[in-house]
Design a protein around this ligand. Structure first.
Ligand code: FES
Length: 79
């Protein structure tokens, strides 16, 4: 598996509290957009994300963003 699986071709809109989160990079997690350990059969590692302010965030769902872990609009080219 050299490319991530496209979990969905749109971002995940989430309301987060200050804290640490693990963003799924491989696309295999069943708990999108967060890691559930599924990457262990791949060469991918989840990304640790530190949220410093409560608020709304858009995590990339297509796993092809250039601004990991957040959506940069790249998913539009994958539809
Ligand atoms: S969902 Fe991946 S760039 Fe928008």
């Amino acid at each position: 598996m050299d490319k991530p699986k496209i979990a969905q071709t749109e971002p995940y809109e989430v309301n987060l509290k200050t804290g640490k989160y693990w963003w799924c990079r491989c696309g295999l997690s069943k708990k999108q957009p967060y890691c559930d350990g599924s990457h262990q059969v791949t060469d991918f590692e989840p990304m640790k994300v530190e949220i410093k302010r409560d608020g709304k965030y858009w995590f990339c769902g297509c796993k092809h963003t250039g601004k990991q872990p957040f959506c940069d609009g790249s998913h539009q080219a994958l539809r």
